[in-house]
Design a protein around this ligand. Structure first.
Ligand SMILES: N[C@@H](CCC(=O)N[C@@H](CS)C(=O)NCC(=O)O)C(=O)O
Length: 340
């Protein structure tokens, strides 16, 4: 038997033995058939996922969902959002109610394995902190011994806070409330000395406080919270599509390609730029997408830097500097493999 024939039979045998492989591509097919992507988002977190008074969704996670829709349909509006609490979010993905979860979810080992999820790529590197009313008069989390702390259940936040107080030999009284609006209300009503969460989320909560200047985030960052979209485990083609959408956003920023100059960039002399935009190799075919999938994303949604700036950056009410979310070329962690 010649080598090619042997390889073909071996590939077929593996495909027949692994039902996961046969199922690959199902989510993209289903999404294309229904004509939109169902994205699980936050119920109302400023900067990440929140509907405005006209019912229009905004945020870094919302734009991540829109970027996937732009890649698949060439239309960033072909997306429907399902608002989910922290407790509901993973079940909604496992049950197939949503196609992708973009809801400030931290990648952890347990979620990535036992929960049957697959975290594809980080869209925001975060860490946990503490929000306090300035009138509490403390300057460090180390001074929170005996404090009542508002915390959301079903989150990494709850577990990290318990570890932090224990390892620093401090007592705390958790006030655990599942509904975030109720949790925030409890904090602003003075039921807790502090609210603990991912720092980006504390900035979002502070931004919509009755009087933001009355509150401050303490300097300690007590955990690593790599946030990003998740898909169902075994949904490998779909995971690739979501992952490379995020890589495209990061690569575009690195190459200086944005929503305003992308048409100009199509005429660039730089083969790396035109190749990225699908005028060289057709890398879209490997994802089941047309050759111009990256052009579609950048044209309709912008690059990672644009998404960051409009939702959470220094010019927004959250006012978050890029910090570790800067490109690797600027000393940050945002690094994407090349499109080859
Ligand atoms: N990143 C953490 C925390 C995520 C989380 O749910 N944070 C809360 C705290 S502010 C939140 O997003 N609340 C908004 C909501 O539930 O609508 C995790 O994945 O467990």
């Amino acid at each position: 038997m010649d080598r090619i024939k042997f390889m073909a039979i071996a590939v077929l045998a593996v495909a027949l033995m692994a039902p996961g492989l046969a199922a690959a591509g199902e989510t993209l097919d289903a999404v294309e058939a229904k004509g939109f992507i169902q994205v699980g988002v936050n119920q109302g977190l400023f900067g990440f996922g929140i509907a405005d008074e006209k019912g229009e969704w905004k945020g870094l996670d919302v734009d991540t969902g829109r970027a996937i829709a732009a890649a698949v349909f060439g239309d960033a509006s072909k997306v429907k959002f399902t608002p989910l609490t922290a407790v509901q979010r993973f079940t909604a993905l496992q049950s197939g109610e949503i196609d992708v979860l973009c809801r400030n979810a931290t990648r952890t080992l347990g979620r990535d394995t036992a929960l049957g999820l697959d975290f594809v790529q980080v869209n925001y590197y975060d860490g946990q902190g503490f929000l306090i009313p300035k009138k509490l008069g403390v300057k460090s989390a180390k001074e929170l011994d005996g404090a009542t702390v508002c915390v959301l259940p079903g989150t990494t936040t709850e577990l990290n806070a318990a570890d932090y107080f224990r390892s620093n030999g401090m007592q705390w009284k958790p006030v655990v409330i599942e509904s975030t609006p109720e949790l925030n209300k409890a904090f602003f009503a003075g039921r807790c000395d502090s609210l603990t969460s991912d720092i980006s989320q504390l900035a979002g909560v502070r931004a919509v406080a009755p009087n933001p200047d009355d509150y401050m985030i303490l300097p300690e960052v007590i955990s690593k919270e790599p946030l990003g979209p998740a898909v169902r485990q075994g949904d490998e083609d779909w995971a690739d599509l979501v992952r490379w959408t995020l890589f495209a956003l990061i690569n575009a920023e690195e190459m200086g390609i944005n929503s305003k100059n992308v048409d100009e960039m199509l005429k660039s002399d730089d083969p790396a730029v035109t190749n990225f935009l699908g005028k060289g190799d057709d890398h879209g075919q490997f994802l089941g997408l047309p050759a111009d999938w990256t052009y579609r994303i950048i044209k309709h949604v912008g690059n990672y830097g644009e998404i960051y700036a409009r939702n959470v950056g220094p010019e927004t009410a959250l006012g978050l500097e890029r910090g570790v979310n800067a490109l690797w070329t600027e000393g940050g962690l945002m690094y994407a493999p090349p499109l080859r």
